[in-house]
Design a protein around this ligand. Sequence first.
Ligand SMILES: Cc1cc2nc3c(=O)[nH]c(=O)nc-3n(C[C@H](O)[C@H](O)[C@H](O)COP(=O)(O)OP(=O)(O)OC[C@H]3O[C@@H](n4cnc5c(N)ncnc54)[C@H](O)[C@@H]3O)c2cc1C
Length: 485
Amino acid sequence: MWLRNDLRMADNTALYRAAKSCDALAVVFIACPNTWASHGDGDNVVAMRLRSLRQLQATLQKKNIPLYFLEVPTFGDVHAALAQIAQKLQIDALFANAEYPVNELARDHSVKSALGKLGVTVEYFTDRTLIPPGSLTTGSGDGFKVFTPFKRAFISAHSNSGEAFGSLPTPRTQPADHLSQWPEWIALDGEHNLVRSIPDTLTGYGVAAGGEGRVLDWPVGAVAGARTLKKFADIIDDYEEWRDFPARENTSRLSPYLNCGAVSVRQCVQLAVAHNDGRWDGPSKGATVWLSEILWREFYQHLVVNFPRVCRNKPFKPETEAVPWSDRAEDFERWCAGQTGVPIVDAAMRQLNQTGWMHNRLRMVVASFLTKNLLTDWRKGEQYFMQQLVDADFAANNGGWQWAASTGTDAAPYFRVFNPYSQSKRFDPEGAFIRAYIPELAEVSDRDIHCPPQDLFSDHSYPPPICDVTESRKIAIEAFANLKK
Ligand SMILES: Cc1cc2nc3c(=O)[nH]c(=O)nc-3n(C[C@H](O)[C@H](O)[C@H](O)COP(=O)(O)OP(=O)(O)OC[C@H]3O[C@@H](n4cnc5c(N)ncnc54)[C@H](O)[C@@H]3O)c2cc1C
């Protein structure tokens, strides 16, 4: 079994199928730091992956299943490494769960072909998504470009019958002497060997920052994921009403677990459907809306398969390639640092920088602010999020950025621009979230906290707003309107 972002033992399709089909099972994980870095994966998401992997190794050990680790520089090195491993360990079948961005698909194609030449069967399974990407199409056979019709089609095809997505049991325990039958390590060509120890970090990567509320404090693994899911079940009914209020912590915070695979998407659906009297749109409005968010995740995963140009640094809407993005480097730096002088934007960016996570409402606000008010290329924001997020996922991140920048699948026209001050008043009315991340504003009144008067900061402890939101909105709308001419 070749593990990737599916780091759990229960309800893991490929692992279950491998254990069922094979007399002797070993698991391998291959880290590719150069490719990961070129994809923008930062220290935080890599740390989450390595820590989760270590937990999983301990869990698998209890089932007498060995987990090997290998580092190779790039995806292009994986097929040769796996071919060597297959030969040295006398493997006759390889199982893995499918991944969908173009480079992952190319890597998996090369692996299948290289191992096929050695007589090793390679099978990839649908596991990261509820259904295979590409399998749900419009009447004319194309991939969906807009979320709402995708969601309608999905629900009508897969949930009218009340069918929930089942979950698979953990693989059976291998015989007691199984672990010792596999070598401790294997020498391979190249710089690294196949080993059983998992490092804290990889070539070119640092260790993520620890400390209160920081990335190294995220509890990892399937147990932590299951606990997070269970905790969310207690508040899921309130999700519809409170999910947009960042100070209330009413969302599930499952994204880091879903992305490294410590929790499966089927486990999420099961929980919500069970809570909803066995239906997708049952009596709990909270569960119904949450299932809709799970389908946003599904939609963006399908999008990268149906429209692979988004994996090539291209906008989903080709005409938006011509937007005259600004090259003011200082604007971008102030946005990254949470020093724009717009409190809700700064508090959100500081939440990201400190914890590796940001509330969804705020991801939309800061992305709209960067791409519309500061007219900065969405790709810069996308990249910065990949670097910082503990839940960084190409499909969701690219989808979210392009949606906010009006270069993507948003059905609303480009002149939807979030006003950060109205968003702040509406979703953080007392400024509790702002105060939690901007100590400089701790003493500012509830009334003034969203847009504090400048005379409060004669000591320059907090900067003046980086732009006039009304003026900058007009400029952005004009830039987009000109594209149509
Ligand atoms: C600019 C931008 C960038 C984003 N980057 C990422 C990213 O790198 N990784 C990531 O997982 N999500 C990303 N999202 C989506 C969303 O913000 C997060 O999934 C969500 O905030 C995670 O918190 P939660 O687990 O508490 O979500 P909940 O509200 O509890 O939702 C449950 C799950 O549904 C999925 N989900 C919810 N909203 C979305 C959405 N809009 N798009 C896709 N999936 C969604 C996530 O898997 C989430 O864990 C991004 C959104 C935007 C606007």
